[in-house]
Ligand binder design. Structure first.
Ligand code: BEZ
Length: 339
C-alpha cells in the first residue's frame, strides 16, 4: 500500500466518479482505476461499488475513508511543519479576527518591528476556527482569535479578557446611561454578528419563560443559576450566551454577516449590540458606547500556534504584546508556550 494509491482512493471517493477524479488530479482514468484496484487487491477488500452511478463506497470503504483521510491530513501537516522547521523564514504570517484589528494589533506590530526591523509581516483575516487549519497547512504561523480551540496539533495562550461595551445609537433613550445592565437592554433588538458559535454549553439552556420572569424580577446571574432553565436549546451564539448567563433573553435579534454591518445597523438606530471595548472608537459620530456593570461580560483574546513548531519570531511578538499592555496599563498574566 502506498500514498499514491490512498490519494487515488480518497479522490475517487470525494468525486464519486473516475472521470471527475481524473480531471482533478491530472492522472488518467485508467491510472486511477489501476491504483484503486491495486489497493483493493492488496487489502483483499472491495472499497468502491463500481456497479452504481454515481460511484458508492462499500461499508468497508466508508470506514477506511474516514480513518485514512484523517491520517493523510496528518501526513500533510507533518510534512508542512518539517519544511518550515528546516527553513524558518523571516516572514511572519499572522491570522486575526477583525475585532483585534480595531484594537491593539496595529500597535503590537509596530512594536515588533521596532525590536525586529528585519521582519516581514503578512496579515490575514481568518475566523478563530479556520485559524487551526491555516496553522496546520502553513498558511499562517500564528493566529489571534476570540475562541478557545481543542486540537492535538496546536496550542493557545490566553492573552487577556477584554470587557464588552454596549453600542447604542446616539438617539437611543439609554445612550447617555454610563453603567448599563443587560436586563435593561432586553427590550431592544440585539444585532448578532459572530460567525463562530460556542461549543455546546451543557449546563446553560435558555428559556423564554425564565427570561420573562427574570426580566420582571430583575434577577441577577447567581439567581438564574438557582432557577434551572428549561427548554432544550443550548445557547451557542456568543452574545445570546452572555445574556442567558444573566437569565435574559433579548426581545428580538437580527443576525448579520460581520461586526462592521452590526455597527452600521446600530448607527442607523436598528438595534443595539455588544462589542469588545477596543471597538469604541468606531463610528463615534452616530454611536454611543457605554460600560456594562457586569465585570464578567468579557471576550477573551487567544494566541494560537502549532505545538511542535514555533516560528522563531513568535516569542518576540508575544514580548511586543506584553510591552503594549504595560504601556497602556492593561492587566494581563504572563504565559509561556509549551515546547
Ligand atoms: C489585544 O487587544 O489584547 C490584542 C489585540 C491583537 C493582538 C493581540 C492582543
Amino acid at each position: 500500500m502506498d500514498i499514491k494509491q490512498l490519494n487515488a482512493f480518497i479522490t475517487i471517493a470525494n468525486h464519486k466518479s473516475f472521470s471527475a477524479a481524473a480531471a482533478n488530479t491530472g492522472l488518467s482514468q485508467p491510472s486511477l482505476s489501476r491504483l484503486l484496484k491495486q489497493l483493493e487487491t492488496e487489502m483483499e477488500v472491495e472499497l468502491v461499488d463500481r456497479y452504481h452511478r454515481p460511484l458508492h463506497l462499500t461499508e468497508a470503504g466508508m470506514f477506511f475513508y474516514d480513518k485514512i483521510s484523517a491520517i493523510l491530513t496528518e501526513i500533510e501537516t507533518v510534512t508542512s511543519m518539517t519544511q518550515r522547521l528546516s527553513a524558518p523564514s523571516s516572514v511572519l504570517n499572522i491570522g486575526f479576527v477583525p475585532s483585534v484589528l480595531y484594537g491593539l494589533l496595529p500597535e503590537i506590530i509596530a512594536m515588533l518591528k521596532q525590536s525586529s526591523p528585519d521582519i516581514e509581516v503578512n496579515l490575514k483575516d481568518i475566523s478563530s476556527y479556520q485559524q487551526i487549519d491555516a496553522l496546520k497547512s502553513g498558511e499562517i504561523d500564528i493566529g489571534f482569535g476570540r475562541f478557545a480551540q481543542k486540537d492535538p496539533w496546536t496550542q493557545q495562550i490566553l492573552l487577556r479578557h477584554e470587557r464588552y461595551v454596549v453600542a447604542l445609537s446616539k438617539a437611543h433613550p439609554l445612550a447617555d446611561v454610563q453603567e448599563q445592565r443587560l436586563i435593561d437592554l432586553a427590550n431592544n433588538r440585539l444585532i448578532l454578528y459572530h460567525q463562530t458559535h460556542l461549543p455546546i454549553a451543557k449546563n446553560l439552556l435558555i428559556s423564554p419563560k425564565v427570561s420573562k420572569a427574570s426580566l420582571r424580577s430583575g434577577k441577577n446571574k447567581s439567581e438564574s443559576v438557582d432557577n434551572p432553565i428549561s427548554t432544550n436549546e443550548p445557547v451557542t451564539e456568543p452574545l445570546l450566551h452572555l445574556f442567558a448567563q444573566y437569565g435574559v433573553s433579548p426581545y428580538m435579534t437580527t443576525p448579520v454577516s460581520d461586526l462592521q454591518v452590526a455597527l452600521g445597523l446600530v448607527a442607523a438606530g436598528e438595534g443595539i449590540t455588544l462589542v469588545p471595548a477596543s471597538l469604541k472608537t468606531v463610528r463615534t459620530e452616530q454611536i454611543s458606547y457605554q460600560r456594562l456593570i457586569h465585570e464578567d461580560v468579557t471576550s477573551p483574546i487567544y494566541l494560537h500556534t502549532l505545538k511542535d513548531f514555533i516560528h522563531p519570531k513568535i516569542p518576540d511578538l508575544l514580548a511586543a504584546t506584553y510591552r503594549v499592555y504595560e504601556k497602556r496599563g492593561i492587566t494581563y498574566r504572563k504565559q509561556k508556550f509549551e515546547s
